[in-house]
Design a protein around this ligand. Structure first.
Ligand SMILES: [Zn+2]
Length: 329
């Protein structure tokens, strides 16, 4: 909370923080990695503060102190118990109990629920009931990266608020404040890898994404020089996240096709793969690249759907196809 509001959220903050009356439920939605959670936490603090101002919570009153210690009796944060798992109906029932109680500090109660789309249908229906009959002075802050996956009835009970996307320069300014020691070029690469979402870019940095990418590209070069076999590489990439790998390979297959059709290096955002992309565009038949792209997209769905896959075999299958791209057949 010590940091200021994210620059691209200033307008939305003015709009919501300045209100005398609040909705029973807000749905804050937008792509992952743009700071929706930050915003929701800041709004929660404001709504629980006993001396709030347009700037935000005072940080000194009893409400603020209890919230900072995570012991405020009138706040509730509901998330999946494990990352990427569902929010279960019994978790929502506990939340509904909280909503029906009286506020202990005499002010509001505030609930933060993220991500809303993690609620399965039973969980969403359980929450819906308490949205239909709001009890007391409770404000629900639902955060969603994919509002299209929410029940329409749930959405219609909330004031829907799109969270703004930062401009590219705002994102780069924010990243340079967070990662002052990183070369500017690396910050640009991280932002490109994160599809323009600055908080996601920071997370990728924390996960070592640039190093991973350098490792993968070096591996691909060795594969083409036959210094490493597909199975050796697949073993060596054991620690790399599959979704990230599939994102990259899907992007590269797409770039090879673009390059074949447009006849130039349309490798924007993938300067590090420029040479490999050009080489494969010249040496491979478009039919083979298309077939690989289809395979990649189909398997990416399985990877994202957390299908139970043998990752070494999967990567080996990918690399065998990739290695066979150049050639007449
Ligand atoms: Zn306060």
């Amino acid at each position: 909370m010590a940091d200021g509001i994210l620059a691209w959220q200033a307008g939305l903050w003015q709009l919501l923080a300045g209100r005398q009356q609040h909705a029973h439920a807000y749905l804050l939605h937008g792509p992952a990695g743009i700071g929706k959670r930050d915003f929701a936490e800041r709004l929660m603090a404001l709504l629980l503060c006993q001396r709030p101002s347009l700037e935000g919570a005072c940080g000194a009153c009893r409400g603020c102190q209890l919230l900072a210690a995570q012991t405020h009796p009138d706040h509730y944060i509901l998330e999946p118990e494990e990352v990427d798992k569902a929010i279960r109906v019994d978790q929502v029932r506990d939340l509904v109990d909280f909503i029906t109680q009286t506020a202990q500090l005499g002010g509001r109660k505030v609930v933060l629920l993220e991500p809303a789309e993690a609620m399965n249908i039973n969980a969403a229906n359980a929450l819906l009931k308490s949205l239909e009959e709001p009890a007391g002075n409770t404000v629900l802050l639902l955060v969603s990266h994919q509002p299209s996956r929410l029940l329409p009835t749930l959405k219609s009970r909330c004031v829907q608020q799109a969270c703004p996307l930062p401009e590219r320069q705002q994102s780069l300014d924010w990243l340079s404040a967070k990662l002052p020691d990183l070369p500017e070029r690396s910050r640009e690469e991280l932002l490109a890898l994160a599809a323009g979402s600055p908080l996601a870019a920071l997370q990728l940095h924390g996960a070592g994404a640039l190093q991973m990418r350098a490792q993968v590209i070096e591996g691909i070069k060795q594969l083409h020089k036959q210094q490493q076999s597909p199975s050796q590489l697949a073993e060596g990439w054991n620690a790399l996240p599959l979704p990230l790998l599939f994102d990259w390979f899907c992007q590269w297959a797409h770039l090879i096709l673009c390059c074949q059709m447009a006849g130039d290096a349309a490798a924007a955002g993938a300067a590090d793969m420029h040479k490999v992309v050009q080489y494969l565009a010249q040496k491979s038949s478009p039919a083979k690249v298309l077939a690989l792209q289809e395979w990649l997209l189909a398997h990416r769905q399985k990877v994202l759907g957390k299908a139970n896959l043998n990752r070494v075999l999967l990567l080996e299958a990918l690399l065998v196809q990739w290695a066979s791209l150049p050639g007449s057949r």
